[in-house]
Design a protein around this ligand. Sequence first.
Ligand SMILES: NC(=O)c1ccc[n+]([C@@H]2O[C@H](COP(=O)([O-])OP(=O)(O)OC[C@H]3O[C@@H](n4cnc5c(N)ncnc54)[C@H](OP(=O)(O)O)[C@@H]3O)[C@@H](O)[C@H]2O)c1
Length: 326
Amino acid sequence: MKALLCHAFGDPPDLAVREVAEPAPGPGEVLIQVEAVGLGFFDALLLAGRYQERPPLPFIPGREHAGRVVAVGEGGDPALLGTRVAALAFGGALAERAVAKADHCLVVPPDMEPAAAGGLLSAYATSLYALEVLGRVRAGETVLVLGAAGAVGSAAIDVAKALGARVAAAASTPEKRDRCRRRGADMVIDYTAPDWRAALRDALGGGIDVVLDTVGGAVTEPAFRSLNPGGRHLVVGFASGEIPRLPLNLPLLKRASVVGVDWAGFLLSDPAGNGALLDRLGAMLADGRLTPDAPSVHGLVEMAPLLRRFLDRGGVGKPVVVPVWR
Ligand SMILES: NC(=O)c1ccc[n+]([C@@H]2O[C@H](COP(=O)([O-])OP(=O)(O)OC[C@H]3O[C@@H](n4cnc5c(N)ncnc54)[C@H](OP(=O)(O)O)[C@@H]3O)[C@@H](O)[C@H]2O)c1
């Protein structure tokens, strides 16, 4: 089969289509005919050689994808055969076929476009895990999303609204804030403005209950200081490139928590808990409580600029690659 191989890390990485051996699904695994691959900040860091782990070269990039199950490993559920799933391929998704663990697969609604399915799993599962499981968001609470026009941020607006929260969305440009409004945010905030915390308080007429933080750096502390007593600050990522420090008197004074969100760690360590999460996510997609945005769809030749866009703060929403192999 054909696959995209990364031969060298870099900006841009050295990527080339090559013929490779087809993987075989082992026990508890499925083989997926890949239709679309979602790109995320993780892929950009990994391929630039800036992630904490580096796979041995050459390797097939891409993790999150969607496609049809074409084979089931030993002991697997034959009912999965022929279904379209969104899944994670730890051995590389930018290939004609990829192997994923059956219990990491989300069966997607039959009418969902392949590209839409390819870009939803990581952002939506992370947001639901963060806001519902760890953040215990209740209807009527106020959620502040940092980096709200990004892939995870956009999904977080959708999930927070589905949980009945009021959503404040923070983003850096008027275009990104417009996008957040269209995505359903109740109010938007320019968190590059000098006193954005006061502007947020004035606009809300009070504090916030939950922060979903994909950005880190300088915006984390003012966001934490905006929490109401008992608030929860969900640490999802550090897209700013800077890991912030927080004075520990703040959580004490506010009786507030800082909660680490690592959905990939959760799915590997608690397959049953993740299975239940994916079932809830599937039900919310099927009955229309969640309405993912249409992703931007790209070809393999656009990989380098797409990866650069994450690192340049240029991305909005979720980019998806629909590979054509020749
Ligand atoms: N914990 C988990 O389970 C999990 C799962 C998925 C992703 N993540 C992490 O979550 C973070 C966001 O991922 P994503 O896919 O949503 O990325 P994304 O689409 O690129 O969004 C990130 C947002 O961060 C903001 N940002 C602020 N400073 C930035 C900078 N210097 N460079 C780039 N962006 C900057 C940008 O919005 P503004 O321009 O509006 O500020 C951007 O829209 C990443 O760190 C990723 O690794 C974590």
